[in-house]
Design a binder for this molecule. Structure first.
Ligand SMILES: [Fe+2]
Length: 197
């Protein structure tokens, strides 16, 4: 097994132990969306897609929402912490410095994007949130929190990919209505997100 395969195996092992039930499928689903958007995504980006939320699997070190008043600051701390944990894994597995550096840089930028590759990861992650995570999130957090989270997530997606979210359906009628409300309000009013932050 080469160093990259070893690293991916280790990442999957760690995430399979997350107490958040949607985390393992979210990692794979984010990678799948990334490869749909960019079939030639390099190894650094693929590793980043799998590992971007890895800190959530670490009960002792994970960043807690209650410690942050601002949701963006919470998310950035989460991204930085995941990058830090990933760095240790990739170094231990003997992954080259250049791939290690780039994968960690992508993970640190996955919430906000800012360049072509981190935008791809941000979109793959955001769409996977709607497709994979939101049904779990809704059961756990309820209507109000889920609506705020969905609006925040919808805002992050590049405009040309918003139609993917509009096409996702949910078995739960209330959740289906929630996402419909978010997308309709957002699509009809650009300032919606600023008001709902
Ligand atoms: Fe994620």
């Amino acid at each position: 097994m080469n160093s990259i395969e070893k690293a991916k195996k280790k990442i999957r092992e760690i995430i399979s132990g997350s107490s958040i039930p949607e985390d393992p499928t979210h990692a794979e689903n984010t990678l799948n969306w990334l490869l749909k958007f960019e079939p030639k995504a390099d190894q650094a980006l693929q590793i980043a897609a799998l590992a971007h939320d890895i800190e959530r699997a670490n009960e002792k070190q994970k960043i807690k929402r209650k410690d942050y008043q601002d949701f963006d600051l919470f998310k950035q701390a989460h991204a930085n912490n995941s990058a830090k944990i990933l760095l240790e894994i990739l170094e231990k597995c003997g992954v080259t410095d250049s791939i290690t550096k780039e994968a960690c840089r992508m993970v640190a930028k996955h919430e906000m994007g800012g360049d072509a590759n981190s935008d791809l990861l941000k979109d793959a992650d955001s769409i996977s949130f709607f497709e994979n995570n939101l049904p779990y999130y809704y059961l756990r957090e309820g209507w109000k929190e889920s609506k705020q989270r969905a609006a925040w997530g919808y805002l992050r997606i590049s405009k040309n990919r918003l139609n993917i979210v509009r096409g996702i359906t949910y078995e739960d009628k209330n959740l289906f209505d929630l996402v419909k409300q978010v997308t309709q309000e957002a699509d009809s009013d650009e300032s919606f997100f600023r008001k709902n932050k």
